[in-house]
Ligand binder design. Structure first.
Ligand code: ADP
Ligand code: MG
Length: 248
């Protein structure tokens, strides 16, 4: 089976500091794969390497078996590797429905100018409404995005990423800053996305990770420290020691 996403001996240095150290990671298609590790472990750096924000010093990145190591960020997105959009000023001033319709229109290559049949708008609006329903945003889809509660804004960011129909979605602490009681909802919605979307999630809260993931990789000091199922990682004394050490 070809992994949805794979890194081979990926290494990234900032000067003499090794932020990503020889990381070989394999994410199977449809996985809910969590990437955990203490602060400064290199989780965000790894995501930045995967998306093409940073170039690796050595090693390879493969998406569905295709080597994307040398591709610029936008070419990786076109091949189906996405991270969430930040809600920028454009989206903040629009409603969730208009934002999602815009994202779908971009995906379908509709120009912002130029002629297209009205029926195309109908199809796009229906898809957008269905997507917003899935993300429990249907009741606020006509509201100003800036007025939405923080948790709903995070959900909209993920919905916008999903509107581009990614094969692999990378999420870097999507529930950070979301009130405790809404975090499980956010990650539950992501977990329950269709199985043709592979998800790689960075999350610090272990309870959330254990209820979300079917596979967990642990990064420490830039290197892969442990990998396994929820049962394996939650029962791993070495992993526990690292997290207990961090809390102390
Ligand atoms: P995590 O997301 O696991 O908390 P990061 O990937 O953000 O960790 O950071 C890993 C290490 O790399 C940290 O020590 C951080 O200071 C360093 N680092 C991250 N980005 C840069 C950069 N652009 N320049 C220099 N050092 C960086
Ligand atoms: Mg980080």
């Amino acid at each position: 089976m070809i992994p949805a996403l794979e890194t081979r001996n990926l290494t990234k240095r900032f000067g003499s500091f090794v932020a990503t150290s020889d990381v070989s990671l394999s994410v199977r298609p449809g996985a809910r794969h969590a990437l955990i590790g203490p602060n400064g472990a290199g989780k965000t750096t790894l995501i930045n390497l995967l998306t093409g924000v940073f170039a690796a010093n050595s090693g390879q990145i493969l998406l569905g078996g295709e080597d994307i190591t040398a591709l610029p960020a936008h070419a990786r997105v076109r091949r189906g590797l996405s991270r969430t959009f930040q809600i920028n000023q454009l989206f903040a001033d629009m409603t969730p429905l208009d934002s999602v319709m815009l994202a779908i229109g971009e995906r379908e290559g509709h120009g912002r100018l130029g002629w297209r049949p009205l029926s195309a708008d109908r199809v796009v609006a229906d898809e957008a409404a269905a997507l917003l329903e899935r993300f429990r945003l249907a009741d606020v889809m006509g509201s100003a995005t800036t007025l939405l509660p923080y948790g709903k804004q995070r959900l909209l960011e993920i919905a916008l990423a999903i509107a581009t129909r990614p094969r692999v979605l990378l999420l870097d602490e999507p529930a950070a800053g979301v009130p405790e009681e809404e975090r499980h909802e956010v990650l539950g919605i992501v977990r329950d996305l269709p199985a043709d979307v592979t998800v790689v999630l960075i999350e610090h809260d272990m309870d959330l990770v254990f209820s979300f993931a079917d596979r967990i990789s642990v990064l420490v000091g830039g290197a892969l420290f442990a990998e396994g199922t929820v049962a394996e990682i939650s029962g791993d004394a070495r992993v526990k020691a690292i997290y207990l050490g961090e809390d102390a």
